[in-house]
Write a protein that binds this ligand. Structure first.
Ligand SMILES: NC(=O)c1ccc[n+]([C@@H]2O[C@H](COP(=O)([O-])OP(=O)(O)OC[C@H]3O[C@@H](n4cnc5c(N)ncnc54)[C@H](OP(=O)(O)O)[C@@H]3O)[C@@H](O)[C@H]2O)c1
Length: 331
């Protein structure tokens, strides 16, 4: 697996990151550990989780599995989503971040978190409070780098500006949704990350499974699938299946895959992996077979004509002012 720099930090990560959202949720500890082992055996070193996945179970499984080999892993986790009913059990306040980091360190059985990410913008917490608390965690050695997830571009730009002004630790990475089925970050966030040198770690690079071709127009989703299940991500998955556009993109991926003799998942992941500015897509898997399939995304080259077919069907309407700026620039 290729090694890439995590944004402007000095740390190196593999070009694929293993996401542990299914651990302790769709799959039990034994299955989770088999997937983790296969990923590490394939040369992967970068693993992503969150305190909220499986209500803490994902971090606990990783903690038990990684305790003996922690040194070789770049471990990313997140805070912000509610962990209980108490109004302070989530959010990006100093109070909650302090509580959350101790919980994650305990469940992960580690003395440090390599990349500590805010899971989503919090409109209630002052940004100064959040960014300065994250800076404290870095200085205390509990956290090596900090990252954002699910921010708009103005929110991320404001956080970077504040960090620069106060000499606080800046966000080193962004974890956004990005795939052929969701290219919205190409308007603002991806150019911002390229300009500021942030690592980009796309979540749902397969559109939650949509781009594997397992869902068919007008048919019930397979029972053992994200749309057929009742996990917290199922709602988002069923929303995706209401969009005709998504089926058109999935079909185009299937067509390109058939021409190449590859699987649709490999084509869809390879597209994300090779976008300018992307550091490492985060792989999600429920089974070893899915992981093996997805690992085959590496080393595949899409020729320009096939890439054009994928780009055309999934193209984003940029709108104003992007199209105006583009038009003026090209004149
Ligand atoms: N920051 C955030 O807000 C956020 C949000 C979501 C995820 N994430 C992170 O990103 C990671 C990946 O997200 P994701 O799971 O949504 O990614 P994804 O790659 O788009 O979807 C993964 C799901 O697709 C199905 N699948 C995967 N490979 C397949 C294959 N080869 N053939 C058929 N089906 C396949 C499996 O679901 P089924 O078998 O159940 O259909 C699997 O759980 C997560 O683990 C997490 O670390 C972050």
């Amino acid at each position: 697996m290729e090694i890439r720099q995590l944004g402007r930090t000095g740390v190196r990560v593999t070009e694929l990151c293993l996401g542990a959202m299914t651990f302790g949720r769709e799959i039990d500890e034994q299955e989770s550990r088999a997937i983790l082992d296969r990923f590490l055996d394939a040369g992967g070193t970068f693993v992503d989780t969150a305190d909220v996945y499986g209500g803490g179970a994902s971090e606990e499984i990783l903690g038990r599995a990684l305790s003996a080999r922690r040194d070789g892993i770049v471990l990313a986790t997140k805070f912000r989503m509610p962990m209980g009913d108490d109004p302070n059990s989530g959010g990006a306040s100093r109070r909650h971040i302090r509580e959350a980091v101790e919980g994650s360190l305990r469940r992960l059985q580690t003395e440090w978190i390599d990349l500590y990410q805010i899971h989503c913008w919090d409109p209630l917490a002052p940004l100064e409070e959040t960014v300065s608390t994250l800076d404290d965690l870095v200085r205390e050695g509990k956290v090596r780098y900090v990252g954002a997830s699910n921010f708009t571009a103005w929110q991320l730009a404001k956080a970077l500006g504040l960090a620069a002004l106060h000499r606080w630790e800046p966000f080193a990475s962004l974890q956004p949704q990005y795939s052929l089925a969701c290219r919205d970050i190409e308007r603002e966030l991806l150019p911002l990350c390229r300009d500021e040198g942030l690592a980009v770690l796309p979540w749902s690079p397969l559109g939650g499974g949509l781009l594997t071709g397992k869902y068919r127009r007008g048919e019930e989703p397979p029972p053992q699938s994200r749309a057929g299940d009742s996990t917290p991500s199922s709602f988002l998955m069923r929303e995706r299946l209401k969009e005709e556009h998504n089926f058109a993109v999935a079909e185009a991926v299937g067509k390109v895959a058939a021409e190449l003799g590859k699987s649709p998942a490999q084509v869809a992941l390879n597209w994300v992996l090779t976008r300018d500015g992307v550091t490492a897509p985060i792989l999600g898997a429920r089974t070893l077979e899915q992981l093996d399939d997805n690992l085959g995304a590496i080393g595949l080259t899409l020729d320009p004509e096939l890439e054009r077919q994928l780009e055309d069907v999934s193209a984003l309407e940029l709108g104003y002012p992007y199209e105006f700026i583009d038009w003026i620039t090209r004149r």
